[in-house]
Design a protein around this ligand. Sequence first.
Ligand SMILES: Nc1ncnc2c1ncn2[C@@H]1O[C@H](COP(=O)(O)OP(=O)(O)OP(=O)(O)O)[C@@H](O)[C@H]1O
Ligand SMILES: CC(C)(CO)[C@@H](O)C(=O)NCCC(=O)O
Length: 359
Amino acid sequence: MAPHSCKGCLRDIIASRMSKESNETAMEVNGLEENGLPDSPYPPRMRNGVSDFPCFSAMPWFGMDIGGTLSKLVYFEPKDIPKCESASEVETLRNIRRYLTKNSAYGKTGHRDTHLQEVNMKLAKFDEFDSLLKGLQYIDRNSPTECYYWANPTDESKCAKVNYDFSSPYPFLIVNIGSGVSVLAVYSATNYKRISGTSIGGGTFLGLCCLLTGCNSFEEAIELAAEGDHTHVDKLVRDIYGGDYERFGLPGDLVASSFGQMNSRERRSKVSRQDLARATLVTITNNIGSIARMCAIQERIDRVVFIGNFLRVNPIAMKLLAYAMDYWSKGTMKALFLEHEGYFGAVGCLLQFQEYLKS
Ligand SMILES: Nc1ncnc2c1ncn2[C@@H]1O[C@H](COP(=O)(O)OP(=O)(O)OP(=O)(O)O)[C@@H](O)[C@H]1O
Ligand SMILES: CC(C)(CO)[C@@H](O)C(=O)NCCC(=O)O
């Protein structure tokens, strides 16, 4: 992902702050000790970009979003490294990978950053949702093909991703489907509020799928779901009414009760792992779609942007959300999606740090 090459701009700012640092005395701001670069993520014993720790070379700035399930990282990867610098760049990239693959961000304490502090990396922390929004707006501004919707989501032969011009975005709703789900209403670049959320999110999908099917990864869960049929598991309106419940506009193929067939021993014996995975995906996704729609009605907002890594490699969920938003709003609401669905928090974190350095 390379929306912007920062070679030159960010490094110059960093270099000038670092040289100022040696002339400044430590001071206290907002309870944090500062020495030119407050809460600097550079190791404290590193000066002018050179670390005096024997085992780790200088770390560059990078943005990291340590979530409930996944850690997301963005950093600047210059494409035009001169030969004389290439060895140190390669060492730096190797270092980043080494920190990340330690896979113990929670440590024994439960504090997400303890491990990173143990390796003498200093952290500048920013709010999760401020970062998410800043990253989203930045990527959307810089990548014209970022935002899209699904046309004809229920017809495989006509279904297609269509580019959406999101240059005048406000107001809009963000539905961030991570481990849990947060719903934010965004009124301007800086004015937003968290209006709702649910603990039944991507983590629930993965957890239930592992329990029900014995799968061991998100990719496996999605592959199973792609081959399954949820109508073997769910009870539909037609299973109860024999067809549509016309008076109240409930079509026969609507799910009346998620997993509602699974009280029958006979049906349980016939159901496959694939069916169970698909039903889990449909249950979680429909529930999120329903909450999103109610939030949109309450806030009188008609554009809903769905993001989060639950949507990664997951066209089934995206198409379901697209269809449900359109159908139940009678075409008045639009479900929108973004190409870099899970990375906005990490990008926003890096941007906020850059803003801080400039200020
Ligand atoms: N490789 C993967 N491994 C595990 N989960 C994955 C993977 N790819 C996608 N997912 C899905 O993405 C979800 C996590 O999404 P995301 O990274 O946006 O949230 P998070 O930041 O970890 O959680 P939260 O924001 O709630 O703290 C998982 O619960 C799972 O449904
Ligand atoms: C706790 C967070 C904000 C962490 O990203 C997220 O997982 C979430 O919004 N969970 C749902 C919490 C709730 O509203 O029930």
